[in-house]
Design a protein around this ligand. Sequence first.
Ligand SMILES: [Zn+2]
Length: 69
Amino acid sequence: MPIDKNAEEEDLREEGRRRAYTDYDCPSCNANNPTEMALRDGDETRCNYCGTEYKVRITDEGRLRLKEL
Ligand SMILES: [Zn+2]
């Protein structure tokens, strides 16, 4: 039976996007912020130390990106 390579890659990408983070390092002040709720793509979060607000983005590879609001 041939393996559907494309389907497998799609699955991996899905998996990456579903990944959630329960803490992050603030890009502004470098403080580690644990979060009550797991961060997901599209969420907004605020650093407990410097108060900077970020829009959360989870890349297709499952990496956390924070964009300052
Ligand atoms: Zn901060």
